[in-house]
Design a protein around this ligand. Structure first.
Ligand code: KIV
Ligand code: ZN
Length: 510
């Protein structure tokens, strides 16, 4: 069976999601997990965008050896030079250059005629080819470009040694029949050894459908992201592409290198590190994806799973939610369970998780796999020492009282305490934290979700704070939602403090 190349752009297009900005350490963790997942290409970043992006690409190039490591650049010498420098240590480097080709972009953004576009594309492909063999070219806004002109541009860059041509539906405008026809037209008119790649955005909810129809028509590389994150409404979701090709192998007759058992873990990691939650009804990895609510469905499932299930949770690595451990379980039991769940932890990490496990067991009778995963993720995905950690809080709230909160946090050796009133207990805590940190972020979003079931369920709070124009996500987990709220707020503050010095955006427009 022919193979479809899975090109993951979580760390580039995905990181362009509003509110998501990852540090270099976080990007390395994700890149290493993408390697375990079996992606063929990792687009590690857009090095000209910021020094931090360039550094992350270079570290990933050094660390990750199996997949091709790719860096994005505009058709400009400086972009190409910076991208190539970031790729110096890569075993399998790829340069991805892009230039808009549609009439709208030519007229309003670039203010260039068709001939100038071809000239730039050819010149920059030739320039890059002197230094690197594997070049991918993207005519940005390809789906709104005149097909004949699109073909002319692609033939011209192929002449200069470009090996992969990517056809972005940059604004998510194409319908599946149109996109399929465009890919068919290009496949019939381009040399057979040239890989046609697709890159679809989800503005009309068609990114996955468009990518799959493209594959049917001859595309052999799909650009996608974990959890479908990306610019605006996001991109084609990797897990959906991979599982469509697997579950309907009978129809597509194609394979990928994806280790589907790593999908759930990868999705959790990306959600935790970007702070972007996964919607419950998200196909494949949403928490409802394998839940059966209707009595008729439950009856069917009990009689024969295939009545209502086309795939099972084990295929994507969802741990069975067994009741496994309790208050009296020891280190060894926890360690064994963590290993079964796929966590490789050192002694120090294990010790920290064990402490948290004991604290949780005091509050919660039965600890499930999901609880353990959350504890382990908190520790394993940690790439930095937080500036502030929550030590203690006390809130007073009631129908006839003005809510107030006292909070104590640790900052290195210092212990800081303050109190405040607020419109509610969470607001009071947040105001007290503002007094301690001296920061006054705007709370833009606040969301509570129960991540385990029962009265003693663990709650996850996701917040988004705005500070100096940066939107920073934060997450907190606890059986107590006020505590989870405080942790989420501090998490965002810590991320802000860590990022403010290292993220220096430079790139503006194409
Ligand atoms: O959506 C787009 O057009 C892009 C290109 C840079 C490939 O992300
Ligand atoms: Zn894109």
């Amino acid at each position: 069976m022919e193979k479809v190349i899975i090109f993951d752009t979580t760390l580039r297009d995905g990181e362009q999601s509003p509110g998501a900005s990852l540090t270099s350490d976080e990007k390395i963790k994700i890149a290493e997990q993408l390697e375990r997942l079996g992606v063929d290409v990792i687009e590690a970043g857009f090095p000209i965008a910021s020094e931090d992006d360039a550094k992350a690409v270079s570290l990933i190039a050094e660390r990750v050896k199996k997949p091709v490591v790719c860096a994005l650049a505009r058709c400009k010498d400086e972009d190409i030079e910076v991208a190539l420098r970031s790729l110096e240590k890569a075993t399998k480097p790829r340069l991805h250059i892009f230039l808009a080709t549609s009439e709208i972009h030519r007229k309003y953004k670039l203010k260039k005629a068709k001939e100038e576009i071809i000239k730039i594309a050819v010149e920059k492909s030739a320039f890059a080819k002197k230094y690197i063999d594997d070049i991918e070219f993207s005519p940005e806004d390809a789906t709104r470009t005149e097909p004949d002109f699109l073909l002319e541009v692609l033939k011209a860059v192929i002449e200069e040694g470009v090996k992969t041509v990517n056809i972005p539906d940059t604004v998510g405008y194409a319908t599946p029949p149109e996109y399929g026809a465009l890919i068919k037209f290009l496949r019939e008119n381009l040399p057979p050894d040239i890989i046609i790649s697709v890159h679809c955005h989800n503005d009309l909810g068609l990114a996955v459908a468009n990518s799959l129809v493209a594959v049917i028509n001859g595309a052999r590389q799909v650009e996608c992201t974990i959890n479908g994150i990306g610019e605006r409404a996001g991109s084609a979701s990797l897990e959906e592409i991979a599982m469509n090709l697997l579950v309907r192998k009978d129809f597509y007759k194609l394979t990928t290198n994806i280790e589907t058992k790593e999908l759930y873990r990868t999705s959790r990691m990306v959600s935790t590190l970007t702070g972007i939650p996964v919607q419950p009804n998200k196909a494949i990895i949403g928490e409802n994806a394998f839940r059966h609510e209707s009595g008729i469905h439950q009856d069917g499932i009990l009689k024969e799973r295939s009545t209502y299930e086309i795939m099972n949770p084990e295929m994507i690595g969802v741990p069975a939610s067994e009741l496994v451990l309790g208050k009296h379980s020891g280190r060894h039991a926890l360690k064994a369970r963590l290993e079964t769940l796929g966590f490789q932890l050192n002694e120090e990490q294990l010790e920290k998780i064990f402490d948290k496990f004991k604290q949780l067991a005091d509050r919660k009778k039965e600890i499930t796999d999901i609880d353990i995963i959350f504890l382990a993720e908190e520790e394993q995905f940690k790439t930095h020492k937080p500036v502030y950690t929550l030590e203690y809080f006390h809130v007073i709230s009631g129908s006839s009282t003005i809510p107030s909160a006292t909070v104590r946090v640790r900052k290195g050796e210092e212990v800081l305490e303050d109190a405040s009133r607020g419109d509610g207990p969470v607001d009071a805590i947040y105001k007290a934290l503002d007094r301690i940190t001296g920061l006054a972020p705007k709370l833009k979003e606040y969301k509570i979700t129960a991540i385990t079931s029962g009265q003693d369920a663990q709650g996850e709070v996701n917040v988004s704070l705005e500070m100096e124009g940066l939107k920073i996500p934060g997450k907190g987990v606890s059986t107590d939602i006020i505590e989870a709220s405080a942790k989420a707020y501090l998490d965002a503050v810590n991320r802000y403090l860590m990022r403010k010095d290292i993220v220096k955006p430079k790139y503006k427009g194409a």
